[in-house]
Ligand binder design. Structure first.
Ligand code: C5J
Length: 221
């Protein structure tokens, strides 16, 4: 067991059972013309974390530890897109509509792709997910069980939506979850701060949070 300096107290990392999960670092959430911007958000907040997410990915690669990437997306026929999700809010472009980077959040389209700087390499797991949580309607649970993974380090976007939802799903399934603070972001700074506070409140009720440097130092120890 290796201790990672974390809040609300040290995270006991089991190096043979830990994986990094990078949530939805897709062009649609980070680049102009994508889904995030069509909802009225300032997407430059998301691109700012790319160097920290990359450091984390490279650290896990160097340590030979598993990496899982998720992508929020839907089948081209939209059969996995509930009407309630498509109709929600008042975006300029709805999921499935044709935008400047192809159809919004549809599998295989340019905008749905993971940012090139963070793209998965051979051997890394990629989960396409129709929901906000990465366990809903995916093979993630089976994959983690088969590989004996019991601990997940989280990075990605957005902190209070897909990251927090997946952390909560994982926590309920018995996984120990650690959020890398500089490697996650929200369109709303106050929501990121609130999500971090609620995750680690009450003795890590959902999980732990830690700085990227402390995670990297521990996994290389
Ligand atoms: C959102 C996500 N915010 N990946 N998706 O719609 O957090």
């Amino acid at each position: 067991m290796i201790e990672i300096k974390a809040e609300p107290f040290a995270f006991g990392a089991k190096i043979d059972q830990i994986a990094l999960i990078v949530i939805d670092m897709q062009r649609d959430f980070a680049e102009p013309g994508g889904f995030g911007e069509s909802l009225g958000n300032d997407v430059s907040r998301i691109t700012k974390i790319v160097p920290d997410v990359r450091r984390l990915i490279e650290g896990f690669r160097k340590a030979g530890l598993p990496i899982i990437h998720t992508m929020e997306c839907h089948r081209p026929d939209l059969s996995d897109l509930p009407k309630a999700k498509r109709n929600r809010g008042n975006p300029l472009l709805r999921i499935g509509d044709e935008g400047p980077m192809g159809r919004i959040l549809v599998a295989g389209e340019l905008g749905t792709a993971i940012l090139p700087e963070l793209a998965p390499i051979n051997g890394e797991i990629v989960i396409e997910k129709p929901g906000k949580g990465a366990f809903y309607a995916t093979d993630l649970g089976d994959i983690l069980k088969r590989r004996g993974i019991t601990q997940l380090v989280f990075a990605g976007v957005t902190t209070e939506v897909c990251v927090q939802t997946t952390m909560r799903e994982a926590n309920d399934r018995g996984y120990e979850c650690l959020l890398a603070e500089e490697a996650t972001e929200s369109y709303f700074p106050e929501f990121k701060a609130a999500a971090i506070a609620m995750i680690r409140a009450q003795g890590a009720i959902v999980g732990w949070t830690a700085h990227v440097d402390d995670i990297l130092e521990a996994i290389h120890a």
